[in-house]
Design a binder for this molecule. Structure first.
Ligand code: FDA
Length: 406
């Protein structure tokens, strides 16, 4: 029989990356901690992350890898619990990892290594984790040390009870990938307590196309090219992947976080080259080479075929090209301008941009300035990292910042 009212020092809502980290660290300080999650499994996004290998941090964590209406907010937490601290924790659990590229650290084995590490830390520190638990009716009690009271129900067993706690930590993440249990719950709680929330939108997400570029993309589906991409004065150099519905790959995911409806995105499909000069030089040294074969040497056969289709005849050789042809060709490849119709949305987005306004929260403790004892950590806050392990590092750093004060 469940007691109707249960008291804890700290309750964390959300057994994801930030919630589990915060719970373990707070319990290590001697706090009695309860974690609640409505999902039937903890850390589902961790398990899905990094293609199943969890890109858990990055050697090159820095504030400029984060988007927020207040770009300074993330600095303090990132400085106090760094990537090196998290790597130390991973090492202490004997988890193998490797750098894939650009400082991105992935598990050698599986993402479950990271989740199991967090669960082991929680267990060791005596954290109580309850899954399949829906939370509602959160209210604050004036003048009581245990300031927060809410209803909890175990959705499997149907058991209902109330929880009262001194510190309440909201670690419910953002709304991306609803099938993994993601909700906008944290935003609702913030609004309930009068806090400002920046409208969330999908980030690190593929683009959809509707114009003639969609036909090209679909024809090239599966083709990947190293590119440079620009939108709103932001630049990324990484791979572009053509898909049936539009554009994806790390370069696109990165730039999608800076893109807004109606913006154009410009790709340099052959970065680091001067195609206009190269074409002229090749026309001189290899005049009989087919244009299609020349472009295939620089890209792929499939790309060359579809890119040139409708622009040049199949049998065009380099000698056939006028100066204007060469300039147009070089321009088109160095500055391919695309106007995405939209993004794939929360269905596939890795993160949600926007969230609880960081001005409402102390950058040192993650506690609400106007609502003592209420903390927000992880993705629910208006702090969003680039692709490459930065989002998990934010989850770890913000969680530890709060854990010291809950
Ligand atoms: P997180 O989403 O981890 O946890 C929130 C928890 O709250 C969930 O367990 C959820 O069930 C629970 N919850 C939600 N609503 C609730 C409610 N109403 N009541 C109770 N519980 C509720 N990042 C990175 O750095 N490297 C990577 O490799 C990847 N890869 C990646 C792949 C995919 C497919 C996705 C979708 C995302 C990534 N990310 C990533 C991003 C990363 O997963 C994300 O930034 C962190 O998980 C955020 O951690 P949080 O703890 O804030 O939320």
């Amino acid at each position: 029989m469940t007691e109707m009212l249960q008291k804890f020092d700290v309750t964390v809502i959300g057994a994801g990356a930030a919630g589990l980290m915060c719970a373990a660290q707070a319990a290590a300080r001697g706090r009695r901690v309860l974690v609640l999650d409505h999902a039937n499994k903890a850390g589902k996004k961790i398990l899905m992350s990094g293609g199943g290998r969890c890109n858990f941090t990055n050697y090159y964590v820095a504030p400029d890898k984060y988007l927020s209406h207040n770009p300074h907010f993330c600095k303090s937490a990132l400085n106090r619990y760094t990537q090196w601290d998290f790597i130390g924790l991973v090492d202490s659990h004997g988890i193998g990892y490797h750098e894939k590229k650009d400082g991105q650290l992935f598990c050698d084995n599986k993402a479950s290594d990271i989740l199991n590490m967090l669960l082991a830390e929680c267990e060791q520190q005596g954290v109580e984790i309850r899954l399949d638990t829906a939370v509602s009716g959160i209210r604050s009690l004036d003048g009581d040390l245990y300031r927060y009271l809410f209803d909890a129900v175990n959705t499997r067993a149907g058991e209902q009870y109330q929880v009262q706690c001194e510190s309440l930590v909201i670690a419910t993440g953002g709304p991306s990938i609803p099938t993994l249990g993601a909700t906008g719950f944290g935003y609702d709680i913030a609004r309930q307590f009068g806090l400002k929330v920046y409208a969330p939108r999908a980030g690190l997400v593929p683009f959809t196309l509707t114009d003639h570029n969609k036909t090209l993309s679909a024809a090239l589906s599966g083709t990947s090219l190293p590119v440079e991409v620009e939108c709103n004065q932001q630049f990324f150099a990484d791979d572009l992947l053509f898909t049936h519905r539009g554009l994806s790959g790390p370069a696109v995911l990165q730039i999608s976080s800076y893109w807004k409806d109606g913006d154009s995105v410009t790709f340099d499909l052959l970065p680091g080259k001067d195609l206009a000069a190269e074409l002229r030089q090749q026309q001189h040294s290899r005049p009989k080479v087919r244009l299609k074969n020349w472009l295939a040497e620089l890209t792929t056969q499939k790309f060359a075929e579809h890119w040139l289709d409708g622009k040049f005849r199949e049998e065009t050789i380099l000698a056939d090209l006028s100066g204007a042809d060469m300039d147009a060709l070089a321009n088109g490849l160095h500055q391919w301008r695309v106007k995405p119709a939209g993004t794939e949305g929360y269905r596939t987005a890795e993160v949600a941009l926007g969230g609880v306004d960081t001005d409402e929260v102390s950058s040192k403790t993650m506690e609400c300035k106007t609502q003592p004892g209420l903390f927000f950590i992880g993705e629910v806050l208006d702090v969003t990292g680039h692709l490459g392990g930065f989002n998990f590092q934010w989850a770890w750093s913000s969680a530890v910042a709060a854990a010291e004060y809950v």
